[in-house]
Design a protein around this ligand. Structure first.
Ligand SMILES: Nc1ncnc2c1ncn2[C@@H]1O[C@H](COP(=O)(O)OP(=O)(O)O)[C@@H](O)[C@H]1O
Ligand SMILES: [Mg+2]
Length: 384
């Protein structure tokens, strides 16, 4: 078992608040990714869970047992951190098997587990080397291997792939997912990289400025962000935002922006009652804008500013008066800077955020799954 419950946890360093009122529960066997920009409090949260840092207030439970006063060594966790400590005088093999040896575990079982881990992480050729004879990425793989060799109650990983080159990162990412499927040990994985979060997580918890913003599956946080911060952090290139107005009349909601009024389908209600009309930030993802050559009656017109061909797709920055929008077009699109174009926005995927609080205003809970999945797939494809 390895269920975690973090309840009303705060962490202050002197006057500085690193973590504010964190509430998070992680079910046994879940792969939770803590995602957020640098400095948002991810490492501090993980260190509190590990027992390396004490919460200023609040409670941390592992399997319903309050562990605030349980030292790190007694929590049955394995950790992989950004900076990894290997024993410099031991070979890779001895580093990997150090834990099992001091715990006097069965030698044959250790050897089997070792082979599996060595295989997964591609360490075969490195077993007799010492850490000083390894690159940073290789050392990180050894540190990861050492954690994998234990079958702890909890895995805590802090940006464990950040020192690997891109190809290896993708490979180890997939291996971690496969390993977790094989051995579903509760894992808390910290990263600032949304691709890692989207591809690995059962559940993503997004932090900003020490505060948890939203938890949900990759699909949920991508398709139904609770606020502007989540909306613009998840997805690459990020969601376009622009000033606008949200109104309601007998036909339902509509959004005014880019010099036009866009009706939204009638069944999209508000998350909670709000006075309308009200000024908002309008959001639309680059994937949900269709670009056609030439101006067209009734459509939003713009002019191509920047063309970024990516092979399978092309990103276009389009000037629409004072507003500039990033749009995604097919890879073989032939557009040149300066060309006049017209834009169609997918109104199913238009977002409205309170311009003061950033809170999402539209209730999207009645979306069809088909739409949600399509949008998600497009976004992930871009990163693959
Ligand atoms: N030991 C410490 N003393 C003072 N401030 C700290 C300490 N550890 C972290 N902080 C501050 O707390 C905030 C969160 O840090 P951290 O949890 O490391 O963020 P992240 O891992 O998301 O990049 C940062 O502003 C950082 O400077
Ligand atoms: Mg950190």
């Amino acid at each position: 078992m390895g269920a975690v419950s973090i309840e009303q946890v705060w962490k202050r360093f002197g006057p500085h608040v690193a973590v504010s009122d964190l509430n998070l529960s992680i079910t046994d066997g879940e792969f939770l990714v803590l995602l957020g920009p640098s400095g948002c409090g991810k490492t501090t949260s993980l260190r509190m869970l590990a027992g390396l840092e004490r919460p200023s207030t609040g409670v941390i439970k592992i399997d319903d047992l309050v562990v605030n006063d349980v030292p790190a060594g007694k929590r049955d966790i394995a950790m992989v951190f950004q900076s990894y400590a290997l024993y410099p005088h031991m070979t890779v093999r001895r580093n990997l098997t150090f834990g099992p040896r001091i715990r006097r575990e069965n030698k044959a079982a250790t050897e089997r587990a070792l082979n599996e881990v060595v295989n997964v992480l591609g360490l075969e050729a490195l077993l007799e080397r010492r850490p000083s004879q390894l690159s940073g990425g290789q050392r990180q793989r050894v540190a990861l291997g050492r954690a994998l060799l234990r079958r702890p109650k909890l895995f805590l990983m802090d940006e464990p792939l950040s020192n690997l080159d891109a190809a290896l990162r993708g490979q180890v990412r997939a291996e971690l997912v496969r390993l977790h499927r094989q051995f579903p040990i509760t894992t808390v994985y910290v990263t600032h990289d949304q691709v890692e979060a989207m591809t690995m997580a059962d559940k993503i918890a997004i932090m900003f400025h020490g505060r948890l913003q939203q938890t949900g599956t990759a699909q949920q946080v991508f398709d139904d962000p609770d606020n502007l911060v989540v909306a613009t952090f998840v997805g690459s290139p990020p969601m376009n935002t622009m000033p606008g107005t949200l109104s309601a009349d007998g036909n339902g909601l509509s959004v005014a922006c880019l010099g036009t009024t866009i009706p939204l389908p009638g069944w999209m209600g508000l998350r909670k009652p709000a006075p309308l009309p009200q000024p908002i930030s309008v959001g639309i993802r680059p994937t949900d804008i269709e670009v056609a050559a030439g101006p067209s009656e009734g459509l939003i017109s713009g002019r191509v500013d920047v063309v970024e061909p990516m092979g399978a797709e092309t990103f276009l920055t389009i000037d629409c008066g004072p507003q500039s929008l990033m749009c995604r077009a097919p890879g073989r699109v032939r557009m040149r800077a300066g060309e006049n174009v017209s834009l169609t926005l997918d109104t199913n995927h238009l977002y409205a955020f309170d311009s003061k609080t950033g809170d999402a205003l539209i209730d999207r809970s009645r979306w069809s799954d088909g739409d949600v999945q399509r949008a998600h797939r497009l976004e992930v494809t871009h990163h693959a």
